[in-house]
Design a protein around this ligand. Structure first.
Ligand code: AP5
Length: 216
């Protein structure tokens, strides 16, 4: 099962990708997570990506394509995966098609999460992330048992460095200009493209996705 998740920042791509990967036992591939880990470890990749990410800008295509190409060749991707946050430009989508042709596979489902900008802002503003283990929470929709403490490891919960009002605005404008054209790119005959409302609770959205995946 090879799945691409589309959707604006904060729509719930990461949350749903993790649930799907657990349910179907396939790897979750998120360039955002890979880059945040590289930033934390201060690797060359992380240092290159930092200024783009903190400002809410997309990281250059060549950096992202290198990461994805490497990852898709790994053994655990043979049975499928969820691509969360890739592709994000038409250029990346064309490059993905070429990569998959080379591996003699294709994307099975494209799932596009839809949510109003007002709700997106609420989700992004309330998100908290554990600075030690990376577990995500939301102060209203997925609160930790104790405020600002991770349920998983007891680490401190913080906001992501791209959660400032200015970075969020930039992330939305990058999405509109560079990523939203992918909806038209994928929504064409021969493609299993599904637009899914993300305007309900986490489990309800997950149930809608499962209905789509299990209808075949
Ligand atoms: P990335 O990490 O992919 O960020 P994003 O696309 O901006 O998306 P988010 O992670 O903010 O949101 P999400 O849709 O995953 O929502 P989530 O599940 O977390 O990318 C970060 C940066 O990396 C980019 O800006 C760019 O610089 C770089 N990058 C990454 N990929 C790239 C690429 N391909 N090309 C170039 N650059 C790239 O949910 C958000 C919150 O809402 C959480 O708190 C969650 O608990 C809560 N929530 C989720 N679902 C629900 C629900 N149904 N109801 C209530 N609350 C919910």
């Amino acid at each position: 099962m090879r799945i691409v998740f589309l959707g604006p920042p904060g729509a719930g791509k990461g949350t749903q990708a993790k649930l799907i990967c657990e349910e179907y036992n396939i790897p979750h591939i998120s360039p955002g997570d890979i880059l945040r880990q590289a930033k934390k470890n201060e690797t060359v990749l992380g240092l290159k990506a930092k200024s783009y990410m903190d400002q809410g800008l997309l990281v250059p295509d060549d950096i992202i394509l290198g990461i994805i190409e490497e990852r898709l060749k790994q053994e655990d991707c043979k049975t499928g995966y969820v691509l969360d946050g890739f592709p994000r430009t038409i250029y990346q989508a064309n490059a993905l098609e070429d990569m998959l042709k080379g591996l003699d596979t294709d994307i099975a489902y494209i799932l596009s999460l839809e949510l109003s900008e007002k709700e997106l802002v609420k989700r992004l503003g309330g998100r908290r992330v554990c600075e030690d283990c990376g577990q995500e929470f939301h102060i209203e929709f997925k609160p930790p048992k104790q405020p600002d403490i991770c349920d998983n490891c007891g680490g401190n919960l913080i906001q992501r460095s791209d959660a400032s009002a200015c970075a969020i605005e930039k992330r939305f404008s990058e999405y509109k200009e560079k990523t939203s054209p992918l909806i038209e790119y994928y929504n064409r005959p021969g493609r299993k493209f599904y637009s899914i409302s993300a305007d309900t609770g986490i489990q309800e959205v997950f149930a809608s996705i499962k209905r789509v995946l299990e209808a075949d």
